[in-house]
Design a binder for this molecule. Structure first.
Ligand code: GRF
Length: 219
């Protein structure tokens, strides 16, 4: 099974997938492309250091728009989609990818029945969007919430609202430094990203070459 992983940062979750591919945790699985929208994302180095190295692509919104005066955000999303589809993946994993992909991207992948999953460091329905870890930590410390956690969910138009695939509560203590909480949370992320990827790959069927040709003609 082939997966494409989209990242924006350190890529520690990508590393968890690199370490798990072709082991009993993710049997018969290969990361065929990494895409980053940040040039200096350390995840790109992780991809280059993998054995064998994983092909990686860098594509950021602002330089893309600057180079094409008439292009729109939807065109950028379509270009990300093209880079994904080119590798015929069975699934796409957003692992710390910090750009909301619009309908154009979602429709392209939906037409090919390629599932997209996203790691979000909060429980379902809580703290959608950016800085979820800090917001959840603060809310717990103020006594506004009792539980915190993380999830991997299917990607739909509404940000961080798709059907959860794996949800896990993360222990947290009153008064503990955020760094301690974050460390525990990240370790849990590395586990669930692999579990959720395995679960999704288990469910997918292969893309037929004729279906692929049809969609390529439409984009
Ligand atoms: C993770 O905490 C993820 O939940 C958040 O961004 C972080 C990415 O970390 N959205 P990394 O790049 O995988 O190390």
């Amino acid at each position: 099974r082939r997966i494409v992983v989209l990242i924006s940062g350190s890529g520690s979750n990508l590393q968890a997938l690199i370490d798990a591919q072709n082991t009993p945790a993710l049997p018969d699985c290969q990361i065929v492309r990494v895409i980053s929208n940040k040039k200096l994302a350390y995840g790109l180095t992780r991809a280059a250091n993998a054995q064998p190295p994983i092909p990686a692509a860098y594509l950021a919104l602002q330089p893309f728009l600057k180079a094409r005066p008439n292009a729109t955000r939807a065109d950028y999303d379509a270009e990300v989609g093209r880079l994904v589809i080119e590798k015929c993946p069975h699934a796409v994993v957003l692992a710390g990818w910090m750009h909301v992909l619009g309908e154009r991207f979602l429709d392209m992948l939906d037409a090919l029945r390629i599932p997209i999953i996203n790691l979000h460091p909060a429980l379902p329905g809580a703290f959608d969007g950016a800085h979820a870890i800090e917001r959840a930590y603060e809310a717990f410390q103020k006594g506004e919430i009792e539980k915190v956690g993380i999830m991997v969910h299917r990607v739909i138009k509404e940000v961080d609202r798709g059907e959860p695939i794996i949800v896990r509560e993360v222990p947290i203590e009153k008064g503990e430094p955020i760094e301690n909480f974050e460390e525990r949370l990240h370790k849990a992320e590395w586990e669930i990203i692999v579990l959720a990827t395995a679960k999704v790959l288990n469910d997918v069927c292969s893309i037929s070459p004729s279906m692929l040709t049809k969609v390529r003609m439409r984009i």
